[in-house]
Design a protein around this ligand. Structure first.
Ligand code: ATP
Length: 630
């Protein structure tokens, strides 16, 4: 129940949108449940008539009902109960009278009415049961499909709004598992299990109602063992929850491994790591199997337990009958009712296990939805439409978690300057870029563009001023033209082609099978490293931002590709302010000024030729790279 409420609370905002269909599903589920009791009642009535054991004449029943309705308002419980039974008996009797001509009766020669009646009553009841069951499932599944689709969209939109910091904490495999597997677990719970949750209790109630009407004492014997089920089902629920958690962790890790494997397939192949990766995958697969089997045991052990209890109930019933004696048709109804009764109980126990697992999934998805971006847009933003004066880092201190990278860091980049950033690995070069894009906020100090603090601008407006070309080249599974156009949505084909020409990419694009309309495929595998980088430069051309950030843009290219890409970059740099981070110092030789960073501080600054003459850290690095003779 706790888990059911947790899921309901979690799903409420989504389910509310589809309340008409949910209500329809519930109403049909209730009719289905009632029709189970009605089918049993119908079968009993037919047997009764054929065996010649029809209990009371319509007249006698009406009389009985009349007595029942005159009971006074101060009646005791037993009087009320007998009143209720008499009233129900009266209704039953009225139905019996209406059907009397239409159903065969022992000792009466069947006419056409009996033939039609017997051929339609049970099929009608079964059709009612079958179709209401189907449509109840249909509407609730319809709701669950849409609910989970809405949920996935919400997760994606939450992820799109979260800051970069979040993604360095979470593995992609874990996120993918939450979006796919956990959402699917919820879908099953909300769809088919929710339908069971509506139909099965009503089925139980309707059959119990019928059995109580026939013989309350006998019904007590049918139910006497039911509480025994509660203890093992509760324990199995706990096991299922633990297995659900184990499965979620293992499948997250397996998905993570898969993402890693696909992203690094070249390195995997180059280093012959296939067997190692496969071994890790197999280990996780075994873990998944073991957790899956734990969950399966928890789910399926419910069946033999309930079957055992129902067999005990039947045996007790047989004993009772042996001692007390009972009419044949009632015996049949009771045996049939008991057998039918325990099936919905079994299904409800499985619903319990399924909800327990779904509550783990809801918790994991809830964690994503509860995340808040660490970098937020201001409520009253200032908008910069152009960049005219300078970028200023003013006494900036920044740490990733507890690790301080920049301490009271100051830097001015005048508009139009081409600034190179050199320094050893881990000095904080990429951190400067991250802060300028406002992927993170500094803990103290401020960064301004033309005097406006980055925190006072909308992220969207700020990033319009900036274009990034980095060594992480992202080519989307779109056409070449679409890949370039995503630099600035709404750009024309002519502008795309002009950008490609400027990036020296037009010739190789034209040679592709469908030119600009060639789909470059996932991860851009059909293009060389240099071609992919020139596409990303073309993307920066269409973006046409005044500030260009180059973060190791040629670092992963061979010297031939580097030359091609470098020419494109030089064109892109024209008339722009440039911040260029590079290990390869040859790329910095054309800059107006270079700063050398060491442990988050500027240790030297000046035109590159002058830094070489000063013989400081920049010159030492240049010597190591063969730019200066040693
Ligand atoms: P490289 O030239 O190797 O790319 P870098 O000079 O660009 O290095 P940064 O990437 O700015 O250096 O990193 C500065 C320090 O901050 C490093 O010690 C790095 O380990 C740490 N760091 C970088 N990114 C993160 C992060 N997302 N979370 C925690 N620490 C980080």
């Amino acid at each position: 129940m706790k888990q059911f409420l947790a899921i309901l609370r979690f799903g409420a905002p989504y389910l509310r949108r589809y309340r008409a269909r949910i209500s329809l599903g519930i109403v049909l589920g209730i009719i289905y449940g009632v029709s189970n009791g009605a089918a049993l009642w119908g079968a009993r009535m037919v047997f009764e008539r054929l065996s010649g054991a029809v209990p009371a004449t319509p007249a006698a029943a009406q009389q009985e009902a009349a007595i029942a309705t005159t009971g006074d308002s101060g009646a005791t419980f037993s009087e009320l109960s007998s009143n209720w039974r008499s009233r129900t008996a009266a209704v039953e009797q009225a139905v019996r009278s209406a059907l009397d001509d239409w159903l065969p009766l022992a000792g009466r020669k069947p006419g056409w009415r009996e033939v039609v009646g017997v051929l339609t009553l049970l099929p009608l009841l079964m059709a009612l049961r079958g179709f209401t069951g189907y449509f109840s499932n249909y509407f609730l599944s319809w709701v669950s499909e849409r609910t989970v689709s809405d949920l996935r969209i919400d997760i994606m939109s939450r992820l799109a709004n979260l800051s970069l910091e979040y993604f360095s904490r979470f593995r992609s495999g874990d996120l993918i598992t939450r979006v796919n597997t956990d959402a699917l677990t919820l879908q099953v719970a909300i769809g088919s299990r929710m339908a069971d949750l509506v139909k099965e209790p009503v089925t139980i109630l309707s059959i119990l109602g019928l059995l109580i009407l026939l013989d309350p004492k006998l019904t007590f014997f049918v139910l006497i063992f039911l509480p025994i089920c509660v203890i093992p089902i509760g324990r199995l629920g706990k096991k299922a929850r633990a297995a659900g958690r184990g499965m979620a962790t293992a499948s997250s890790q397996q998905a993570g491994l898969m993402v890693e494997f696909l992203a690094g397939i070249r390195v995997v192949k180059a280093f012959g790591l296939e067997a190692t990766q496969l071994e890790r995958f197999q280990k996780l697969a075994r873990e998944l199997v073991s957790q899956g089997m734990r969950a399966m045991r928890a789910r399926e052990l419910v069946n033999p337990i309930i079957e055992l209890v129902s067999a005990l109930a039947l045996s007790t019933l047989v004993l009772y009958i042996a001692f007390q004696g009972i009419q044949f048709t009632d015996l049949l109804t009771f045996l049939g009712g008991t057998a039918i009764l325990y099936t919905p109980i079994k299904r409800l126990s499985q619903v319990h296990v399924s909800f327990v697992q779904a509550s783990v999934a809801a918790e994991r998805i809830g964690q994503i939805l509860a995340e808040q971006p660490t970098v937020v847009d201001p409520s009253s933003p200032k908008t910069l439409t152009a960049f005219r004066r300078e970028i200023v880092f003013d006494g900036v201190t920044f740490a990733y978690n507890d690790r301080t990278v920049l301490n009271d860091f100051s830097l001015v980049i005048p508009c139009g300057q081409k600034l190179g950033v050199a320094g050893e690995s881990g000095a904080g070069k990429s951190t400067l870029v991250n802060l300028l894009f406002r992927f993170y906020d500094p803990q103290s100090g401020r960064i301004t563009i033309d005097g406006v603090d980055l925190r006072d601008q909308l992220g969207r407006d700020l990033r319009r001023l900036l274009a990034l070309v980095s060594q992480d080249i992202v080519i989307f599974d779109l056409t070449v033209a679409e890949n370039i156009a995503c630099g600035r949505p709404g750009v024309s084909r002519a502008e795309v082609e002009a950008a490609a020409r400027a990036a020296f990419a037009h010739d190789f694009i034209s040679a592709l099978p469908k030119g600009y309309d060639t789909s470059v495929g996932e991860r851009g595998v059909t293009l060389s490293g240099g071609q992919r980088q020139r596409l990303s430069i073309a993307r920066a051309f269409v973006r046409n931002s005044p500030i260009l950030i180059l973060d190791e843009a040629t670092a992963s290219l061979d010297s031939q590709s580097e030359r091609e890409v470098q020419s494109a970059i030089e064109r892109l740099e024209e008339n722009r302010t440039v911040l260029c981070v590079a290990h390869r110092l040859s790329t910095l030789m054309g800059m107006d000024r270079v700063i050398t960073l060491s442990a988050g501080r500027i240790v030297e600054s000046g035109p590159p030729q002058e830094l070489l003459r000063q013989d400081g850290p920049f010159a030492s690095m240049a010597r190591l790279q063969g730019i200066l003779p040693s």
